[in-house]
Design a protein around this ligand. Structure first.
Ligand code: AMP
Ligand code: GLY
Length: 424
């Protein structure tokens, strides 16, 4: 079978690497991929953008691709799974109707409410005056979210009422997020420890992936602006076996059954972003309808089961509920970012030290490109995710940082505290 991975970041590099390791898979194509995927055995890049739905479907149909795995959310929300299905092609990713769980936060909150799934209290607004009145009445801290897809920039965890009002103004009055911000969700601010809970889902059947934890802010100890994620590890220590059972029973189960009951059965990676409160209850912060980036990189480092087998079975409607096989060790990834991230970044700097290997480490590419002379250069905000695998998170952390130390370019930066001690 030939497989297609849509996307070109670190998450897609990790997925393509794992899919290529499957005996069932002869060739993995990545659209558009990056220099990291180009160098993987059994993987080749195709120059089709992740948002070029027509081009992707034409390619998949022409090659009779046996399994398409979609990395980012935008093509899913835009209906890539529906378009592939029209051609009779298997896609591991939700239809547009189910991708609304990520595509609209107002939809997700109403769904969570309807099925009594634990989450933060909320209200939805499309006009500024009542939204500001609500924020003033509630007080801070409070969270303001653009309803639609905003490339990870649509959420403000406001520490003051002024900050919240400013976020409302930029979404509802200034149109900072375009149509995605014409409606906002205002949420109660939850405290606790975050965890990412990602499952392989085939309607009512579920195989959970190992838990993970993402570090969202640019700077150490939760300081600085939110990013796509500056590092991650698996497992998430807060997700004990007992809590894992509760999350499956109280969150994942009701979600997949609820989506099916609503006529939008879910197939694909279902990602519940959780906040584990001091009361020991896990609440849903958000749903994503795809794998997390950078969580996928350490998770794939630990996965021993056949990823293509599981995704292929789910896409064909014959996944068996169960557990996957995991390396008992911990994995940790630290993101090496380019100067300016998460804002505009400098690009085109040659990356030094990519060939300097260490045992039990692996480098996944994200914002990289081939320069004119064929060297690998920086080409985005999150450039690399450097991962280590060790007996515990501290050991994985030492390995990942040791390998990261060997890599350099002008303006390179990373967080020093990934996995040091849970804080945002
Ligand atoms: P989202 O895009 O909805 O995941 O939000 C991005 C990040 O904002 C989350 O990973 C959390 O760190 C934070 N966040 C979102 N909602 C809340 C909330 N209700 N309370 C506290 N933090 C939140
Ligand atoms: N790392 C968070 C995300 O992928 O949404």
């Amino acid at each position: 079978m030939e497989a297609l991975v849509i996307g070109g970041g670190g998450r897609e590099h990790a997925l393509a690497w794992k899919l290529a390791a499957s005996k069932e898979v002869e060739q993995v194509h990545v659209a558009p991929g990056n220099p990291g995927t180009a160098a993987e055995p059994g993987v080749e890049n195709v120059a089709i953008a992740a948002d070029d739905l027509e081009g992707l479907v034409e390619f998949a149909a022409g090659r009779r691709i046996g399994l398409t795995v979609v990395g980012p959310e935008a093509p899913l929300v835009a209906g890539i799974a529906d378009a592939l299905a029209l051609e009779g092609l298997a896609c591991f990713g939700p239809r547009a109707s189910a991708a609304r769980l990520e595509g609209s936060k107002a939809f997700a909150k109403a769904f969570l409410d309807r099925y009594r799934i634990p989450t933060a209290g909320y209200a939805t607004f499309d006009r500024i005056e009542p939204a500001v009145r609500h924020v003033r009445a509630q007080g801070a801290p409070i969270v303001v979210k653009a309803d639609g897809l905003a490339g990870g920039k649509g959420v403000t965890v406001a520490r003051t009422v002024d900050e919240a009002v400013h976020a409302l103004e930029s979404a509802l009055r200034e149109g900072a997020f375009g149509a995605a911000g014409e409606r906002v969700v205002v949420e109660e601010c939850l405290e606790g420890e975050e965890a990412s809970f990602i499952c392989i889902v085939d309607r009512d059947r579920v195989v959970p992936l190992a838990s993970s934890r993402d570090y969202k802010t640019r700077d150490e100890d939760g300081a600085g602006p939110n990013t796509g994620g500056m590092g991650a590890h698996s497992p998430a220590p807060g997700l004990t076996a007992a809590l894992h059972g509760k999350v499956m029973r109280d969150i994942v189960g009701p979600t997949v059954r609820g989506m099916a009951a609503d006529g939008a059965p879910f197939t694909g990676f279902l990602y519940a972003g959780l906040m584990i409160g001091r009361d020991g209850i896990a609440r849903v912060l958000e749903f994503n309808v795809r794998c997390g980036d950078p969580e996928t990189q350490p998770i794939m480092l630990r996965l021993r089961s056949d990823l293509a087998g599981m995704c292929g079975a789910a896409a064909a409607g014959r996944l068996e509920t169960g557990v996957a096989d995991w390396d008992p060790r911990s994995a940790l990834g630290v993101v090496l970012a380019a100067e300016g991230y998460p804002g505009a970044v400098r690009r085109g700097d040659p990356i030094l030290g990519l060939d300097r290997d260490l045992p039990d480490t692996r480098v996944f590419h994200a914002g990289t490109a081939f320069g004119d002379d064929g060297r690998v250069v920086t080409a985005g905000g999150r450039v690399l995710c450097v991962c280590g695998l060790g007996d515990d998170i501290a050991a994985a952390r030492r390995l990942a940082y040791a390998r990261a130390e060997l890599i350099d370019w002008p303006g390179r930066f990373s967080r020093a505290d990934i996995g040091r001690r849970p804080k945002p």
